[in-house]
Design a protein. Structure first.
Length: 398
């Protein structure tokens, strides 16, 4: 076993931390906000930073070099995501990068034809174009195979009708990976994944949501009203949509959550520093066991979640098909992030409930228990792997 990162990955991590501190933190974060945060979403500012992230090799991280990416494996990609989370308190931006890279570009890398890869990937890796992944619908969240969005085959093209919700990056996306039912009722084999250009007639995007956290990441509804999509834009094969989706979730449940490891480390460090400086009863509060043990528990949660995540990334980098490792990583990191946010607020006392790093972590961590398949669904998946649940539909499939 070797717990060290390769020197070139270490270097990339250092450079990414510096980049995130320089370009993504502080005043820039507000510009990525939305109406709910009292700041209108600024798509131009978001795109400006996205292009810089593209130049940094961040938004095409795991895409092979021949298609314009950085050719990172899952361990290196996790290190880069961790660096983004550590260097900037705008976890929303890192989340947007992950939704683009792991849920939208990786399906093209793993299931796309050579023509699709050459046509789509270079501009998506350089930061010139942004991708989004749309499967969730108002009536189909955890029950992701039960889609109402239909794609009807008409010879050399399909016609899409339906609506998606909670689509990350939708307000800025140039291209969407869309899941639609081609054979409703056929369950796992009833879905097909399509690449849909944002300017396709009949595709419309709603206004950015006002979210509790991840405010630097724009989210919106997407509607398809008679959208004509060439058959050449089917990803994988007709009926392979669920396989495309499952594969992308393995990436997301592992590498995306590394951004939270970085955010937790940053907040843990500032919390330890605060406990060393803040004095009550003539001593630093960190000298009181109730406080120091809380900081130890925060460290324990972070380090154990980190081990699970890098183990899952290590497996992914070796082509493992294991779904339990990524599910465990997703569960551990998201729960640790919520608890660490609560603890960081508690150690700060009243200052913790003012706007700042601790409350931001908590707000950003809450959605992590929900996206990429809720934590309850991860437990269903792990229980199934343990041989504990028979009915896939009833147990939750996502
Ligand atoms: C910030 C954010 C970004 C997102 N980005 C995207 C995106 O880019 N693209 C996209 O397609 N989707 C996206 N989503 C949607 C996300 O994937 C769904 O919200 C998620 O799958 C859960 O679906 P739901 O919200 O409809 O909850 P529901 O499925 O309605 O679940 C509600 C509650 O019931 C529980 N539950 C449901 N079924 C079971 C069961 N069988 N067993 C036990 N408990 C169960 C759930 O765990 C949850 O607690 C995003 C969500 C968030 C919050």
């Amino acid at each position: 076993m070797n717990f060290e990162l390769d020197p070139d990955v270490e270097e990339m991590r250092t450079m990414t931390v510096a980049f995130a501190r320089r370009e993504l933190d502080g005043r820039h974060q507000a510009a990525g906000g939305h109406e709910g945060a009292g700041v209108p979403f600024d798509a131009d500012e978001f795109r400006r930073r996205w292009l810089l992230a593209g130049k940094q090799g961040v938004v095409g991280g795991v895409v092979p070099v021949e298609y314009g990416g950085s050719g990172l494996d899952a361990v290196a990609a996790s290190a880069v995501m961790e660096a983004l989370g550590y260097g900037s308190s705008d976890t929303g931006f890192a989340f947007s990068v992950a939704a683009h890279l792991f849920a939208s570009l990786m399906p093209v890398v793993e299931f796309g034809t050579e023509e699709q890869k050459r046509r789509l990937l270079p501009a998506l890796c350089s930061g010139e174009r942004i991708a989004a992944h749309a499967i969730t619908e108002p009536e189909a969240g955890s029950d992701a195979l039960n889609l109402r969005t239909r794609a009807e085959s008409r010879g050399d093209h399909y016609v899409l009708h339906g609506s998606k919700c909670f689509t990350t990056n939708a307000p800025v996306a140039d291209v969407f990976v869309v899941q639609a039912a081609t054979e409703p009722g056929r369950g796992f084999f009833g879905l097909t994944a399509f690449v849909v250009e944002a300017d396709t007639p009949g595709l419309t995007v709603g206004p950015p949501y006002a979210k509790v956290g991840l405010r630097g990441s724009p989210t919106a509804d997407v509607h398809f009203d008679g959208c004509v999509v060439p058959s050449a834009n089917v990803l994988g094969a007709r009926g392979a949509g669920a396989s495309v989706f499952s594969s992308s979730m393995k990436w997301e449940r592992t590498c995306l959550f590394a951004a939270y490891l970085g955010a937790m480390r940053r907040v843990l460090e500032s919390t330890v520093a605060y406990a060393g400086e803040r004095e009550q009863f003539g001593a630093p509060i960190g000298s009181f066991q109730a406080v120091s043990h809380r900081l130890v528990d925060m460290t324990l949660r972070l380090e154990s979640a980190r081990l699970l995540l890098y183990k899952a990334a290590w497996g992914l980098a070796r082509g493992s098909e294991d779904e339990v490792g990524p599910a465990l990583a997703k569960l551990a990191v998201s729960e640790a992030a919520v608890q660490l946010g609560l603890d960081a607020i508690q150690v700060r006392g009243a200052l913790g409930v003012l706007e700042g790093e601790a409350e931001t972590l908590l707000r950003d961590a809450l959605p992590a228990r929900i996206f990429s398949g809720t934590n309850e669904i991860q437990k269903n998946n792990i229980a199934r792997a343990l041989g504990l649940s028979g009915n896939r539909r009833r147990a939750g499939r996502r």
